[in-house]
Design a protein around this ligand. Structure first.
Ligand code: ZN
Length: 188
């Protein structure tokens, strides 16, 4: 699986400035692997397979990142698939989607870093009186530190180490730094 992520340019090794301003030796762009239907199918098969016997009735994802994965996992499980989105900064269920009391719901996300969006979706599930089956993600960047549900499954678990520019060992070695995306474009 790691090879697929590297071959598609989803996982890059180097010296990167993250959006947080911190520096890292790894950069991850999930969409780079999910844009290929065969990889999307394979990745989601692992998630759907994990939850196949869990009685999932509905898949829900936080927009935008989780929608593609959520839709494919829901399709493979053969269940209703919806998404939540931010309106005025608040995670909400719109578009006529709804959750019913007791409904068995699986939350799907592409990349979990701090789990903030997923936690907000779980709050919506609880508010509706629905039942959380588990959380599935393509990548857990917290390497298992962030635990959002009793059944939390990630296809890939990895620790992304980052540094302040001042303490960055790559800067100290004068390794040229890339802004995310630029290196990916060069790889095409
Ligand atoms: Zn650096």
């Amino acid at each position: 699986m790691l090879d697929v992520f590297k071959a598609t340019g989803a996982l890059l090794d180097g010296h990167f400035k993250l959006t947080s301003g911190r520096h890292s030796n790894a950069y991850f762009q999930c969409a780079k692997v999910l844009q290929h239907p065969e990889h999307l199918t394979t990745v989601c098969k692992k998630i759907a397979g994990h939850f196949a016997g869990s009685g999932v009735e509905t898949v829900i994802s936080p927009a935008i990142g989780g929608i593609v994965v959520g839709t494919e996992v829901g399709r493979q499980l053969g269940v209703k698939t919806i998404f939540a989105e931010r309106k005025d900064g608040v995670m909400t269920i719109r578009r006529g989607f709804s959750l019913e009391p007791g409904e068995r719901v699986l939350v799907i996300e592409d990349v979990i870093t701090t789990g903030g969006s997923v936690a907000e979706v779980i709050a919506l599930i609880n508010a509706a009186g629905a039942s959380l089956v588990g959380v599935g993600s393509v990548v857990d960047r917290s390497n298992g530190v962030v635990k959002l549900a009793d059944d939390h499954f990630s296809v890939l678990s990895m620790e992304v180490i980052s540094y302040t520019p001042e303490e960055c060992p790559l800067c100290k070695e004068n390794v040229p730094i890339d802004a995310p995306g630029s290196r990916a474009n060069k790889q095409k």
